[in-house]
Design a protein around this ligand. Structure first.
Ligand SMILES: *[C@@H]1O[C@H](CO)[C@@H](O)[C@H](O)[C@H]1NC(C)=O
Length: 404
């Protein structure tokens, strides 16, 4: 189908650009009933690509996969696997369907989402993708995806010539993130109740980076460019500023960024440094490093630009440098009780009358997400042990693959 359209494109491109001819052509088509004119394509056929996933604890690796998938077509449709299917195949998801949908829909490369996709792609589902959802290509990472019977889940799409592959993003996986959180709990053992520590933060020594899992992520300037919009604010743009840790990027972040963006023309997001986050939130935060957090925020469709390593206090100089019109902050934000009474980071914008508190639409916080993982400790540990093995094997056997 796709090929057929492509070979006829020149006809329709011509028609599209000559509107005065169009009426005449339409009349001809109606009179002669020429088969080819039944495809009344006013413009080039848009290639629709499909990619699915669980997107539990969504991270920049997911975002990067979807960015690459989008580059293989014009419209990206994303299937989000149902809670039931995740429970049956991997154990309970950290994030329920609603939150995973909000996260995926918030990505700037995603055009459409399909809720409750199956875990392993069935023949029936594949046919509905091709016929009802008008998908041209199914996209998957270069790691093999086997059905329970050991056969290739994408064999059918491959045979039909409607399968394309992308390169796996190095350095992060949901397994790795769960591991970081669980190992930080392990590290604080003996110092009281670990659950309440994770919930409240701990101003003690931050051991995660030394003892826990070390991120394999190597931030490159190219990746940052790929995620960027590459555009500054237009003339007379009203610039809104919001800052924070944006650790374990979640649905609450997407909602507050959307709200903030609606208050102006350009949303500038300040991402606090690892040091600031750990000073203010305590151990084990941040779970994700500055560059990881920056990529997650940049991938969000409501964000125009980020400051990678923003200061704790919003200064007069910053406001002038970036021509900030409004500084906003969510009502649901984490604060470390130990740091109550310190100087107000928003004192300057408040004194200038350009500060606004935004009602946070969702009550999710980074620690509430981490808390869900800790609460399900045993289940995630088991699930992770299995995955860690296969991840380890992957890294041991991995070879250089060209591509993005
Ligand atoms: C600075 O922002 C204001 C909007 O608050 C805008 O009117 C003005 O044109 C901006 N200045 C420049 C130089 O873009």
């Amino acid at each position: 189908m796709a090929m057929e359209y492509e070979s006829n494109n020149w006809i329709w491109d011509g028609v599209y650009y000559c509107p005065h001819l169009f009426g005449g052509l339409m009349l001809t088509a109606a009179l002669l009933d020429v088969g080819i004119f039944h495809k009344k394509k006013r413009e080039k056929k848009r290639i629709r690509v499909y990619m699915d996933g669980c997107f539990d604890l969504m991270h920049y690796g997911h975002a990067n996969a979807l960015r690459q998938a989008k580059a293989l077509g014009d419209e990206l449709v994303v299937g989000v696997v149902s809670d039931e299917e995740i429970i049956a195949n991997k154990g309970p998801p950290v994030l329920p369907m609603e939150e995973r949908l909000a996260l995926v829909s918030g990505l700037k490369w995603v055009d459409q989402v399909i809720a409750n996709a199956p875990y392993a792609i069935t023949e029936q589902f594949m046919n509905s993708l091709f016929n009802e959802h008008k998908i041209d290509y199914i996209i998957h990472g270069d790691d093999p995806c086997l059905l329970p019977d050991g056969t290739d889940a994408y064999a059918l799409a491959k045979k039909a010539g409607r399968y394309k592959q992308i390169k796996r993003t190095e350095g992060v996986s949901s397994t790795d993130i769960v591991g970081r959180i669980l190992s930080s709990v392990k590290d604080t053992k003996g110092g009281g109740d670990s659950n309440s520590k994770l919930l409240n933060g701990d101003s003690g020594e931050r051991k995660l980076s030394q003892k826990g899992q070390i991120s394999q992520f190597l931030p490159t300037s190219r990746r940052i460019v790929q995620f960027s919009n590459g555009q500054g604010p237009g003339p007379n743009a009203r610039i809104v500023y919001i800052d924070g840790a944006f650790d374990l990027f979640h649905a609450g972040h997407v909602e507050i960024l959307k709200k903030a963006r609606q208050l102006g023309d350009f949303l500038l997001v300040g991402i606090h440094t690892d040091q600031i986050v750990s000073e203010h939130r305590g151990m084990p935060y941040p779970v994700m490093h500055l560059h990881e957090r920056s990529l997650s925020v940049l991938a969000c469709r409501y964000v125009d630009e980020v400051i990678i390593g923003a200061p704790w206090e919003v200064t007069k100089d910053m406001i002038t440098t970036f021509n900030i019109s409004l500084v906003v902050h969510g009502t649901i934000a984490e604060s470390n009780p130990l740091f109550d009474g310190e100087t107000d980071p928003y004192a300057v914008p408040k004194s200038m009358g350009i500060f606004r508190l935004l009602e946070s639409p969702k009550s999710i916080t980074t620690s509430s997400v981490a808390q869900r993982i800790v609460a399900n400790h045993e289940a995630y540990k088991k699930r992770n042990a299995k995955k860690v093995k296969s991840e380890k094997k992957y890294y041991e056997e991995k070879t250089y693959v060209a591509g993005e």
